[in-house]
Design a protein around this ligand. Structure first.
Ligand code: NDP
Length: 244
């Protein structure tokens, strides 16, 4: 008898790390909901790559901070694929500003996407994910690195870690794992934006592995937590090539 197809929602799945997670899960046979905020061209490119693999997938535009849009996304997953087994919270933004120069609009924006958004998606996931499922959130190794410029961003990611650890315990008895992956610098638009070549080269040299991380370094970790890694629960997995 064939195993029932598992279904995953990946927020921020249209580009960057999220796109690689989507492709990895597709390879493992998941049906996918690929969420994005507004860049349809990137979402279309991801959907084309998925179509080439033969995976079942829908793209879903939704601001993760909008509760009605998030509910509609879960409804669409259930309608299209019959349920949800895995939710990967990858959507995020990263303003970099020294605290004394941080304006409140920027603060509100990063809290709205990274914290309110992650919480709303996680809340729906907690209500809807089927037994045997997994919720995977995304923090950042910046919560340990403590680099200047990242106060607001790191504060939201610290919140994501707290949500993860507590929700894992709230879901006792449901057979659902809840974990966070906390990457170090990864070669995506989010990381590269606004940085000169010298800064990028310096950061790339920090891990003992001697190179910049890539989405391909993170996606298998997410896929492991989504499926076989079930005895990992309520954890923050730092994935940064050993940088400190
Ligand atoms: P990218 O900027 O490459 O991609 C961001 C993705 O999130 C896009 O799909 C984007 O959609 C989506 N997104 C942004 N805001 C929203 C929103 N309000 N609602 C729904 N989707 C949204 O980022 P990365 O792939 O680099 O980062 C992914 C995650 O990993 C983030 O949470 C980030 O904080 C975290 N991370 C990244 C690191 C890095 O160095 N890159 C290091 C540590 C953590 P659209 O294109 O439509 O806007």
């Amino acid at each position: 008898m064939s195993k029932a197809q598992r279904v995953a929602i990946v927020t921020g799945g249209s580009r960057g790390i999220g796109r690689q997670v989507v492709l990895e899960l597709a390879e493992e046979g998941y049906a996918l909901v690929v969420n994005y905020a507004g860049n349809k061209a990137d979402a279309d490119e991801t959907m084309a790559a998925l179509a080439a693999t033969g995976a079942k997938a829908i793209a879903f535009q939704a601001d993760v901070a909008d509760e009605n849009a998030v509910n509609a996304m879960f409804d669409a997953a259930e309608r299209e694929f019959g349920g949800v087994d895995v939710v990967v919270n990858m959507a995020g933004i990263m303003p970099v500003t020294p605290l004394v120069e941080l304006d409140l609009d920027t603060l509100d924006r990063v809290i709205r996407t990274n914290l309110r958004g992650a919480l709303l998606v996680t809340q729906q996931a907690a209500l809807r994910v089927r037994p045997g499922g997994a919720i995977i959130n995304t923090s950042s190794s910046i919560t340990k690195f403590s680099r200047p410029g990242y106060t607001a961003y790191a504060a939201t990611k610290g919140g994501v870690e707290a949500i993860t650890l507590i929700l894992a315990r709230e879901l006792r008895g449901r057979d659902i794992t809840v974990n966070t992956v906390a990457p170090g610098p990864i070669d995506t638009e989010l990381f590269l934006r606004g940085k000169d070549e010298e800064t990028i080269a310096r950061i790339a040299a920090e891990p003992p592995l001697g190179r910049m991380g890539t989405p391909e370094d993170i996606a298998p970790i997410v896929a492991f937590l989504a499926g076989p890694g079930r005895w990992i629960n309520g954890q923050v997995v730092y994935a940064n090539g050993g940088a400190v």
